[in-house]
Design a protein around this ligand. Sequence first.
Ligand code: SOE
Length: 386
Amino acid sequence: METLKIGMIGYKFMGKAHSHAYRDIPLFFPKTIRPEMKVICGRNASGVAEAAKQFGWEEYTTDWQSLLQRDDIDLIDINAPSNVHKEITIAAAQAGKHVFCEKPLALTLEDSREMLEVVEAAGVKHMVGFNYRFAPAVMLAKKLIDEGKLGDIYHFRAWFLQDWLVDPNFPLAWRLQKDIAGSGSHGDLGAHLIDMAHYLIGDMTEVIGMNDTFIKERPIPTNMTGLSATGSDNAEKGEVTVDDATLFMARFANGALGSFEATRFASGHRCTNSFEINGSKGSVIFDFERMNELQVYFTDDRDDVQGFRRVLATDPAHAFSENWWPPGHTIGYEHTFIHEIVELMEAFREDRQPVPNFKDGVKCQEVLEAVDQSIEKRQWIKISDV
Ligand code: SOE
């Protein structure tokens, strides 16, 4: 197989990120399978037509069902809002298409489990879009942990802070409606932290959380919306049905303790997606806003140079970096998607499932659900009980 023919559903923020990745792969990763940008699909004919032209798709359509029936499509990329993930995934897998779906996989744990069952029964490849794993500095943290360089892991603390909802007049976007988004900061931002924890530390055994919705009603949008939408003075308001912030604590199977904070109300933080890991032999700190760097500390460094050092993860020794620029020439947000889709292409070349796949999506959803149950019941919840 030399090429993979893509049909993509959704054309906004993630649609652009994925399209950009498909375009860049032949240029920077010529040895992997080449994605063919066949058809882009969306509900609004003029919007999707414009996106097709701008992003470089061969064709566009507004009919996702007919897209799934085409013989010249191998994989369906779903980056439309979360409430349509399940229906499209199931129909795509049953039509024999491989599926790449944005996170969170589904509105509920139950739905995500059903999606996993269907893709497994259909024997197709499946991937879920946790892109931050693919920052080379994060992959360096993973390597150090796997090599035992940090020793026994005691702490994983993670925080994903944004501030785009601080303005009470920010409109009631789809991301604030439970029936479309599933949850708020929890599923949107917390899901990334949970996946990062699974990738770096391993399984969690139990969790306890708390959340709040600080602004309970917002103006109904008249014409929107992206994250950059500004305040609306529409007098008509609607109820916010998701969490604005969710915090939780966790125990990991390996004995480590975890703390997680996801919020859209951290004034001044645009996209602070960070973690710190402390082990018996050292620590690492990652901050997405400085995504090329990993702060590294080793307990056995000489006494007179003890302290965190800044490692720039852009050398050929770092994951994916040989395909980019000379050392020190940094990469950005869009590269996490390129690396993620290279992994998807490599899975086809090597005939295996990509990672992270729907099993990882379900594992994430289990923790999301356990945290929600713990908030409702005001008690610790075991992951094995959800
Ligand atoms: C919005 O909060 C958002 O774009 C998320 O939906 C993404 O998953 C995250 O990567 C950045 O923030």
